[in-house]
Design a protein around this ligand. Structure first.
Ligand SMILES: [Zn+2]
Length: 133
């Protein structure tokens, strides 16, 4: 398995390990961000450190995509969510395997990895999504 995009999440190194999002934590004010960044959006601290973010949170807002662009890996309709992680960071992603009419703000979700294709070398290309808990 290889990530579809590098620097976004960590693949689990074994069956007992959870995948993690790669974000940042400000040493000055303690706020978390995703994706990782160099300057804190809350207090302006520079050089904030990379940290692993757990994949659990709540739907902060969402929209239903009812059309897809040509060549898209997704099939409409599907749900795009903004999740507020337990650490406070906001993450936008697709909500996997759900009825769009059943989704509500505040629902608990967790990150999952999903195969999106195969690389030229034959590796599974993985992306992260969220699913309802
Ligand atoms: Zn800060």
């Amino acid at each position: 398995m290889v990530p579809l995009r590098e620097g976004i999440f960590r693949l689990p190194s074994g069956p007992d390990e959870e995948p993690a999002l790669i974000g940042s934590r400000c040493q000055n004010c303690g706020d978390h961000f995703f994706p990782k960044r160099y300057i804190c959006l809350s207090c302006g601290q520079e050089g904030i450190e990379e940290t692993a973010l757990g994949g659990r949170g709540k739907i902060w807002t969402y929209t239903v995509a009812r059309q897809t662009a040509p060549g898209s890996l997704m099939q409409a309709p599907y749900v795009i969510v903004v999740v507020q992680l337990a650490e406070g960071a906001m993450v936008q992603a697709v909500l996997a395997d759900c009825d769009p009419e059943a989704v509500h703000v505040g629902m608990d979700v967790e990150m999952v990895l999903e195969k999106m294709g195969t690389s030229a070398e034959g590796n599974d290309l993985m992306a992260f999504k969220f699913k309802l808990v």
